[in-house]
Design a protein around this ligand. Structure first.
Ligand code: DNO
Length: 407
């Protein structure tokens, strides 16, 4: 398992020097400033590579940009409207440029309108650590009373509407604005940030797009880009929906094993792959992560390892981000399944034996409270997660353990 770390570029408060001291082997990054739908040009890619390759004082970091997260897929491509053909060409051209620069793994997602979504970016836990949280009732309050989405009332059961109404009535203006901003102003890495009018406009344009149609559009997209990725010996990997259930009346099509299977089977090329994000998928009861790794493992090109604590048993419900070894995901079982997949790859002679992972998100702890890093991406909280994950890997790879597993 290859240890990587997400870096948002020079504005990231966690510098490349810190990343190096965290002991990772590679960097995950993206050109967040390039508008969605346009080509990532070679000079921009090279610039980011240079930024990753040096430490503050100018000495080499020895690190390089190994994974793109994300190459955004435009709303036009998702809807097959407007400029989608030219956006598709731009996406393909970006792949060619990335390959020329030596970057072969590209993560993306196919969530309509919103990328990952939380209602609280700094939820205080009893020990003083802060984490991110999705509160279903607060989200309903946003949908019903801030966005005032037509049809939202029918989307929620009566008890949720009643609780959302009660909460909304008690919220100050500041709390209402904060909730709105948390949801639509673009969390780190999200391609877009929206005004309420933009959101309403986008939603209206999805009116005729149901789950099947969105999936067809995704398959059309993959039918275009995957053969090129395959030819270039690159790996595309789709991140799951986060949270893994429909929001704002929009379809979500990458939330379960069944969803992944449909899309993976539709384009039978290894380059059509998966970013397995444990924290996203485990926010939904019924997702069997070790089983998914067992069954879909040959297509997993990238792993996001983090944990989620569900606060209800419902498919659509509240959750918060747990410590890496806390929460719903059995991280030991997940890592054991990944190591088994790596063994299989070795056995059949695949070149990409070591699957890259990053410690995804982290609690804000200790000096993180002062650093002002991107929400969800603190230095120490992630390092703690990485250290814990590393411990599991080392233990499961220990000769005594491996011997015992054989018996
Ligand atoms: C959040 C991230 C996501 C992810 C994209 C991938 O922390 O995991 O924003 O980068 O969904 O396309």
């Amino acid at each position: 398992m290859r240890q990587t770390w997400r870096w948002f570029g020079p504005k990231d408060q966690v510098a490349i020097d810190d990343v190096l001291q965290a002991g990772v082997e590679g960097v995950v990054s993206a050109l967040h400033h390039v508008p969605t739908g346009t080509v990532w040009q070679p000079d921009e890619i090279a610039k980011r590579q240079r930024e990753i390759a040096v430490m503050r004082g100018g000495s080499p970091s020895g690190l390089s940009w190994e994974i793109v997260e994300s190459l955004p897929v435009s709303e036009d491509i998702k809807r097959q409207s407007g400029d989608w053909r030219s956006h598709l060409d731009a996406w393909k051209q970006s792949l060619r440029h990335l390959k020329t620069a030596g970057i072969e793994t590209v993560c993306y997602n196919f969530m309509p309108v919103l990328d990952w979504t939380r209602t609280d970016l700094a939820y205080r836990l009893p020990n003083g650590a802060k984490c991110m949280r999705f509160d279903f009732f607060d989200f309903a309050a946003f949908d019903l009373f801030i966005l005032e989405r037509p049809g939202s009332r029918e989307d929620f059961p009566d008890n949720v509407v009643a609780e959302a109404e009660r909460r909304y009535a008690k919220m100050s203006d500041d709390a209402r604005s904060a909730l709105r901003d948390n949801i639509v102003c673009g969390l780190p890495g999200a391609a877009e940030s929206f005004s309420m009018a933009d959101v309403r406009d986008h939603l209206a344009r999805y009116a005729a797009i149901d789950e099947d149609r969105l999936r067809d559009h995704m398959i059309d997209f993959l039918a275009e880009v995957t053969p090129l990725a395959d030819e270039l010996d690159m790996r595309l990997c789709c991140h799951p929906d986060d949270p893994p259930f429909p929001l704002l009346g929009l379809p979500r099509i990458m939330s379960t094993e069944e969803h992944y299977r449909k899309v993976m089977n539709a384009v039978e090329l290894r380059a059509n792959g998966i970013t397995l994000c444990t924290g996203s998928l485990d926010a939904r009861p019924g997702n069997d992560l070790p089983g998914m790794i067992e069954r879909l493992g040959e297509r997993i090109h990238f792993l996001h390892l983090r944990n989620t604590r569900r606060e209800s048993g419902d498919i659509r419900g509240s959750f918060h981000e747990a410590e890496h070894l806390g929460g719903e995901t059995d991280m030991v079982a997940v890592i054991a399944a990944v190591l088994r997949e790596e063994k299989r790859r070795k056995y059949i002679g695949r070149a990409d034996i070591s699957i890259p992972f990053r410690p995804d998100h982290g609690h804000e702890i200790l000096d993180d409270h002062m650093r002002g890093a991107q929400p969800g991406y603190p230095a120490i909280g992630r390092l703690k997660g990485l250290a814990e994950l590393r411990g599991i890997i080392a233990a499961l790879n220990h000769p005594a353990e491996v011997e015992e597993a054989k018996q």
